[in-house]
Design a protein around this ligand. Sequence first.
Ligand code: PLP
Length: 349
Amino acid sequence: MNYQSIILPHIWNLKPYSSARDEFKGKEGIFLDANENPLGSPLSENWNRYPDPMQWEIKEELSDIKQIPADQIFIGNGSDEAIDLIIRMTCAGQANSIILCPPTYGMYEVSASINHVNILSVPLTKEYQLDVEQILSTVKEDTRIIFICSPNNPTGNKINRSDIYQIIEKFQQGFVIIDEAYIDFSDEPSFITELDKYPNVIVMQTLSKAYGLASLRLGMAFANPQIIQILNKIKPPYNIGGATQALVLEALRNRDFLINSIQQINHAKNTLISKLEAIPQVIRIFPSQANFILVKMEKAQELFDYLISQQVITRNRSNVTLCESSIRITVGLPEENHILIQKMQEFYS
Ligand SMILES: *Cc1c(COP(=O)(O)O)cnc(C)c1O
């Protein structure tokens, strides 16, 4: 694949910032290169030294977990940073466009808008699947990215794999980004294993959901090493702080937590679904491959307001196209889900 025709010329030719820590790899030494404070930090631990700009220790660990070479992993300050960088390396403001399939994750649109990039919107079908024909006929010469989110947020369903293959095979003038933020809850295999076959695919995942590390801000992009190199070249040099790196490394070495969480959350989700089914005002519970459920119900807005007044916070999606009268509910602890159901019954009675 000829990436040079997809990547903007000024990015392709960019000479990246060379940071002090790029030049010397060792951990021992007298560091007089980066203008740090040699006395330490006013904390119980010292954070006075700049962190590894390439986050190699985390990448080694992720490489083992995800079964992919470390040079095919990019790490961002949340997935949001990866989304922004991918847009900026391919789209020159209004000279280029991206395709979104709403209802979907809001950051694609926000990030494209911040970068003044044209947004071509091809809504999902009523079954929340890709309208493949419409997507392909909407592609313009200047289109550089198609965003696919599977399992999709806020609808919770997985996108038909055969449809994704069609898009990947027919859209060769840019990247297909497959956002797999909820893949750990799903029975669908990741597209990570197919990257060798599809050089135009970038897979995104995050530690914010199943891994339980939302506050540390760590998102991942997996792709061909050439793409990863470009992302590394344009990211802020120290985009992942040292404290985050240390904590993430510790968390990734505790593999039981993830497996356990997925089991417990999926179990709690099934219980919650059966309780919701028993509420007559619930119109439809959409199938979920994630840790949330989209629920269509009577008086959604009023219910949402009532729940807030009871300090139960859900996500009102009733004003979103194709999500009319629907609320997105994150699966909580069993006792939290129980209170939610109680409050819903209270409201409707
Ligand atoms: C939550 C979520 C993310 C994660 O974003 P982070 O910046 O990594 O916290 C990415 N994509 C989707 C679709 C999400 O719902």
